[in-house]
Design a protein around this ligand. Structure first.
Ligand SMILES: [Zn+2]
Length: 330
């Protein structure tokens, strides 16, 4: 409770609240004091003082004084609890999911430089170019810090839980994960979190993942490279292949399939060359489905056991990958 009150008072300073309520005041002397007519009793000469740095008021006319909560209690005739609820509602930020995810993504991006393990992990996955990392808005979720950050901005734990940013226990859902925002039409619709500890699987937030990754940037390209994983995407982007998109798995949802077919183009299918052939089978099936829609396809054959990410991690370069594209089978 005390913590809630402190956060609220930081978010909504007394002077701001009074001005929202159309209180007019002039500076009183020097410093951060203001004086105006008292909103709590009838008067003709200003005797209501607000100290903006202490966030307190005092009226020399009626003798009332205190903080924001006290002011709301007196002016609206509410109990302490009712005043708190009223102010929380007044100061609540918009609850548009995209806006919350945007805040979360920005926060994770800000954490990236503060935790060396994040960059260390990206380097291990072949990503080292700071400009690419920034362009892709890659962030880091250290865990146990997003909740504090977003609730201090007034987002309710309940909303954060609904969006999957917090787990059912109310703790950060992403813990020691590198985070990629997934956008659709310029708005973040989901976050992908890759654990930097080998034991944990990657995960998304619940809810839609949008269409093909970064589709807006490539939809005009006559040739598009399609990969299955975001780290494949990221190393290709870093290597200068900007006509790349990602299906976040080998199975394309109907929306993603429609996107690939929305105009004539050539799709370079660049799925993993798994030893058991599952990536190649998926790529063959998809090639047939696309061809049936009039889309030209080329299947890029990576060395066995490789995906585009490991190809670059193990020393492959842009020129060599270009040769693979040129050798791709119709
Ligand atoms: Zn007064």
């Amino acid at each position: 409770m005390d913590e809630d009150v402190e956060k609220l008072k930081q978010r909504l300073p007394l002077l701001d609240y009074l001005r929202q309520q159309h209180w007019t005041a002039r500076p009183a002397g020097h410093g951060s004091e203001f004086v105006g007519l008292c909103p709590l009793h009838a008067e003709t000469r200003p005797s209501f003082y607000v100290n903006a740095s202490k966030n307190l008021f005092y009226c020399h006319g009626c003798g009332q004084g205190g903080d924001l909560l006290r002011f709301v209690q007196l002016s609206r005739h509410l109990s302490f609890r009712q005043s708190l609820a009223y102010l929380q509602q007044q100061s609540a930020p918009p609850t548009d999911p995209a806006a919350v995810l945007e805040q979360a993504a920005t926060f994770y991006q800000q954490q990236f430089d503060r935790y060396p393990e994040a960059l260390h992990y990206l380097k291990y996955r072949g990503l080292h170019d700071p400009a690419s990392i920034q362009e892709l808005r890659i962030g880091y979720a250290p865990g146990a810090s997003l909740r504090r950050h977003l609730t201090a901005q007034g987002y309710s734990s309940d909303l954060l839980r609904r969006l999957g940013l917090l787990n059912l226990q109310g703790c950060d859902a992403f813990y020691r994960r590198v985070v990629f925002p997934c956008c659709q039409a310029g708005r973040i619709v989901n976050l992908y979190g890759r654990s930097i500890d080998a034991a944990c699987a990657h995960r998304f937030l619940p809810g839609p993942r949008g269409g093909l990754y970064a589709w807006e940037q490539v939809r005009q390209c006559p040739e598009v490279i399609l990969v299955e994983g975001l780290f494949d995407y990221a190393v290709l982007w870093q290597a200068g292949f900007h006509n790349v998109t990602c299906s976040l798995g080998t199975y394309l949802n109907p929306n993603q399939f429609r996107q690939l077919c929305d105009r004539g183009r050539t799709v370079f299918l660049t799925f993993d060359a798994d030893a058991n052939g599952s990536g190649q089978q998926a790529s063959e099936r998809l090639a047939h489905r696309l061809q049936a829609q009039g889309i030209a396809t080329r299947r890029v054959l990576l060395p066995e056991g490789h995906d585009p990410n490991s190809f670059f991690v193990q020393g492959g370069d842009a020129r060599q990958f270009q040769s693979l594209l040129e050798a791709a089978q119709p």
